[in-house]
Design a protein around this ligand. Structure first.
Ligand code: ZN
Length: 181
């Protein structure tokens, strides 16, 4: 359930079978989240929010409704750009260096640029569209190397180095950016 609130914008209400009281937290998008007991109605959730407005203001750094909207718009644009670019770039390098992956997924995790699962699905963060190309390529080559080494062993890094000799520099520069949109 989503409440529209003049002050806090969209408030995400999650019903939780085990929850006895109401808990406030913040979502990765900077929206206010409320965890409420299973049978809470919209009316009760709103009332609870109104009663706790001051507490939320003081304790939870909620993005303003304008910031929430701007972030949504930015995410939409990045997703579109990423969809038109990342799967093809991944495919390009996989073919070039003889890797076989199963699927390419786009993610918008707040803390990870990419991942490679044991069933050979590679996830790439849409935030990569905001970093310089050599760093973006480094992440792709890093995840591809995980197809052969599911760890960060010496052998793994040797394989990354083979395809991206400047990987150390790229890895370091990437830390100046944040994957979260
Ligand atoms: Zn890794």
């Amino acid at each position: 359930m989503i409440l529209k609130d003049a002050e806090f914008g969209e408030v995400i209400v999650r019903k939780n079978a085990w929850s006895k009281g109401v808990r406030f937290s913040i979502s990765t998008s900077g929206r206010l989240q409320m965890s409420v007991p299973q049978h809470t109605t919209e009316f009760l959730a709103k009332r609870f929010l109104n009663r706790n407005r001051e507490l939320v203001r003081q304790n939870i750094p909620v993005n303003s409704p304008g910031t929430q909207r701007a972030r949504d718009a930015k995410k939409k644009i990045l997703t579109k750009k990423a969809r038109e670019y990342l799967p093809y770039r991944l495919e390009y390098y996989a073919k070039l260096y003889g890797y076989h992956y199963d699927k390419c997924r786009l993610s918008h995790a707040a803390t990870r640029w990419g991942s490679c699962s044991s069933n050979k699905t590679i996830s790439l963060n849409i935030g990569l569209m905001q970093v310089p190309e050599p760093l973006r390529d480094y992440v792709i080559l890093h995840e591809l190397a995980h197809l052969n080494h599911m760890d960060h062993s010496e052998k793994f890094w040797a394989e990354v180095a083979e395809h991206d000799p400047k990987y150390k520099e790229h890895n370091k520069k990437l830390k100046k950016f944040s994957p979260g949109v």
